[in-house]
Write a protein that binds this ligand. Structure first.
Ligand code: PMP
Length: 428
């Protein structure tokens, strides 16, 4: 018998109604139109470009090398030999996944070692980790606060905190960026109506690159009996002489802040997030926060990479000093070249405000031609007149890379503005 004869006929599938076509959703149609408009005016999509290397001060895209100002690898630890070796050793010992929530069968010694190291870095009693930085804010805020509570956030606060507030069902008020007078007015007129009040700020803002007055924030939250959450995603490894973050920068006792939040995906060269604070807070979250209890424990290589990175950060404060010196160098050169860097303090994040979404995308594409990778942030992520390129600085950038990036940005931006194209021109 031939092979064909022995084949059994496939069972006949019942006639199914076609699945819903998401292309018919108005939101999906709008996205398609935006892309078509960008194609029409010849602006290549700067997003989702695949990097073929460990992205740090340099990277590789489509076989070409670039000076890279688009990665949060602030201290050059992603790709560090010791970090890779630690991740490899943990994989050999524990496998690539712990395959269960830590509450049941997912706990490994390396989880507690990492949490102890994070608590030490922040100078607080304990820490607990989640598998994502975004999920850390969503699950912690969504779980700790409820409909009787109030959440006060800087208007530039990260999406994960906004999503956490939404999940909590608490009342949320934004105060203008960095405006602690406005925050105080909100506290004075709303505090008495709520059970708990949470003030949420970033240790260093990922959009503007500046940082809040922590001293005044601590005084305010004490006066109004509120909790303070500081998201150190962009300030751990950056602020303070040893990179311990904004508390070290201000010389403030970290135990006076209720909730320290951080991500493992930036300075610590891994993936995941954490809360650091009192033992009572961490114990409670580990026993009850849905994003912890009902999610898998952190993958062993990721826990090991973050732990090794924390060790290097402690041993080599010189990396923090180099990052700061690079940031300040970039900021000074940008000011001399007449670029608008907004309120950036010149550390890990430096925006160059362009003020037009299309011109910002054109600038990013022109810089790619010069071998420089920096990404635009455009409307609706920021107001149209605040459309920008963001430069992320690392300790491994050279003075020459920084000076060339600033010079090319100034030159290309002047060319683009002189050319007169952009969103404003299209609308006229
Ligand atoms: N908080 C801030 C301020 C962030 O910028 C980010 C991500 N860029 C997160 C939280 C989420 O962290 P992750 O990307 O590690 O999930």
């Amino acid at each position: 018998k031939s092979a064909q004869d022995t084949r059994t006929a496939a069972p006949k599938r019942p006639e199914a109604a076609p699945a819903f076509d998401f292309a018919t959703l108005p939101e999906v149609k709008q996205l398609k139109m935006q892309r078509a408009a960008a194609d029409m005016i010849g602006v290549a999509n700067p997003f989702f470009r695949a990097h073929d290397a460990t992205a740090g001060a340099c990277t590789e895209i489509d076989g070409r090398s670039f000076d890279n100002f688009a990665s949060y690898n602030y201290l050059g630890l992603s790709g560090h030999r010791e970090v890779i070796a630690a991740a490899n050793a943990a994989t050999q010992r524990y496998g690539t996944s712990v395959s269960a929530s830590r509450v049941v069968a997912g706990e490994r010694p390396i989880h507690r070692e990492l949490e102890a190291a994070l608590a030490r870095l922040h100078g607080v009693e304990d820490a607990m980790t989640y598998v994502s930085g975004h999920a850390t804010n969503v699950s912690t805020i969504g779980h700790l606060l409820g409909p009787d509570d109030l959440i006060l956030t800087d208007v530039l606060i990260h999406n994960s905190i906004a999503e956490g507030a939404r999940l909590a069902g608490a009342k949320r008020l934004n105060f203008p960026h960095g405006d602690l007078d406005a925050l105080e007015r909100q506290l004075a007129s709303n505090r008495h109506m709520h059970t708990h009040v949470l003030i949420a700020v970033e240790g260093l803002y990922s959009m503007d690159g500046d940082f809040p007055d922590l001293k005044r924030l601590v005084a305010l939250k004490n006066r109004y009996n509120a909790w303070l959450l500081v998201d150190e995603a962009h300030s751990l490894g950056v602020l303070g002489a040893h990179g311990h973050g904004i508390a070290e920068e201000f010389g403030i006792d970290p135990k006076s802040v209720e909730i320290w939040m951080g991500t493992l995906s930036k300075t610590l060269a891994s993936c995941g997030g954490y809360i650091a604070g009192s033992s009572a807070l961490c114990d409670y979250l580990k026993a009850t926060a849905p994003g912890f209890v009902y999610s898998v424990g952190m993958a062993p290589p990721l826990a090991a990479a973050a732990l090794a990175s924390a060790g290097i950060l402690e041993r080599e404060p010189d990396r923090v000093a180099r990052l700061k010196s690079n940031g300040h160098h970039f900021l000074k050169a940008a000011a001399e070249a007449g670029l608008d860097t907004g309120p950036s303090a010149g550390y890990s994040v430096i925006p160059v405000i362009v003020g037009d979404s299309i011109q910002a995308a054109m600038l990013a594409n022109a810089l790619l031609e010069d071998g420089i990778n920096a990404l635009p942030i455009i409307f609706p992520a920021v107001a149209e007149n605040a459309a920008r390129l963001r430069f992320f600085i690392t300790c491994d950038h050279t003075a020459e890379q920084i000076e060339r990036a600033v010079a090319c940005t100034a030159h290309r931006l002047a060319q683009i503005r002189a050319g007169g194209s952009g969103l404003k021109a299209l609308m006229d």
